[in-house]
Design a protein around this ligand. Structure first.
Ligand code: C2E
Ligand code: CA
Ligand code: CA
Ligand code: CA
Length: 277
């Protein structure tokens, strides 16, 4: 609550009470959603910038409420992180993503990659690599098909412990990606220390892209930096042909965005996948 000058506060105790109840209600509903299988994954294609073929997908979480509405992740992931429920949700996401890869394989589709988002909160548990080992191991997929996306937020404290956990994931054969690159507060020096395979340029750099020469300069520089570090470079939030042409000239490796497709449920996504040859 914000002080209004004297000794009064803007939120009355009644308002605080209502907010608290709303939160409790959401938390209870989220727990129930997990039990009742109301969480679903959508998949957004990632394409080769030069050939425009699908090389993989990013799994993006949705909550399909029983009244039929779809709740986006921004509406419930922060709460799941505060309550720690994200650990269970994250395990479910990984399990579901592996199962889906296996199902596409069994449907005769050519192998593609799958990227999964990981919350900094999941990185607080030493058990995490063991959980990943069990889930990925029992799924029967090739671990190198999976990329784990982490954000700079994860690095804010206890960097050495986080690096150890990341190495634990690498030892399982998984790939690691730094998501939302360029938006965090950390210094570039962590790029030397982390066992990364991929760098994702945040989509905020593509907003006002063509009016803003600075955004273009930053994107070019990030592609250059990423390649010099031998990382695969992915652009997210690509919405126009002009942006794609810029990435082609700049030598970016992969892109995703509304230009090709929004995130799709499995029954729509599977139609885009080509058969195994
Ligand atoms: P993110 O990982 O940066 O994911 C990219 C977001 O950009 C997605 O939003 C996607 O739908 C959106 N997007 C993709 N292409 C475009 C485009 O061309 N234009 C615009 N305007 N937007 C585009 P979404 O699905 O709402 O997810 C939001 C965030 O929620 C994600 O950001 C990620 O941080 C988080 N999230 C999603 N799924 C999971 C999950 O399974 N676990 C965790 N921990 N976080 C997740
Ligand atoms: Ca992501
Ligand atoms: Ca991102
Ligand atoms: Ca983001």
């Amino acid at each position: 609550a914000k002080s209004t000058g004297g000794n009064t506060f803007q939120f009355s105790s009644r308002q605080i009470h209502t907010r608290y109840q709303r939160r409790l209600g959401l938390e209870a509903r989220l727990r129930r959603a997990l039990d009742r299988d109301e969480l679903i994954l959508f998949y957004q294609p990632q394409l080769d910038v030069q050939t425009n073929t699908i090389t993989g997908v990013e799994a993006l979480l949705r909550w399909q409420a029983h009244d039929g509405g779809i709740i986006p992740p921004d509406k419930f992931i922060p709460l799941a992180e505060e309550t720690g429920l994200i650990v269970q949700i994250g395990e479910w996401v990984l399990h579901r993503a592996c199962k889906q890869l296996k199902a596409w394989q069994q449907a005769g589709k050519a192998a593609i990659g799958m990227s999964v988002n990981m919350s900094p909160v999941q990185f607080q548990s030493r058990e995490m690599p063991a959980i990943f080992k069990r889930v990925v191991g029992s799924s029967g997929i090739d671990p190198c098909q999976l990329t784990i996306e982490v954000t700079e937020g994860m690095l804010l404290e206890d960097l050495d412990a986080k690096i150890a956990l990341m190495k634990g994931l690498k030892d399982l054969g998984l790939k690691l990606s730094i998501d939302d690159f360029g938006t965090g507060y950390s210094s570039l020096s962590y790029l030397r220390k982390l066992p990364l395979d991929e760098l994702k340029i945040d989509r905020s750099f593509f907003i006002d892209f063509f009016e803003d020469t600075k955004s273009r300069a930053l994107v070019s520089s990030m592609i250059f930096l990423s390649h010099n570090l031998n990382l695969l470079t992915v652009a997210e939030g690509v919405e126009t042909e002009a942006q794609l042409r810029f990435l082609q000239k700049g030598g970016c490796d992969l892109y995703q965005g509304y230009l090709f497709s929004r995130p799709l449920p499995n029954d729509k996504l599977i139609e885009l996948l080509s058969p195994e040859d």
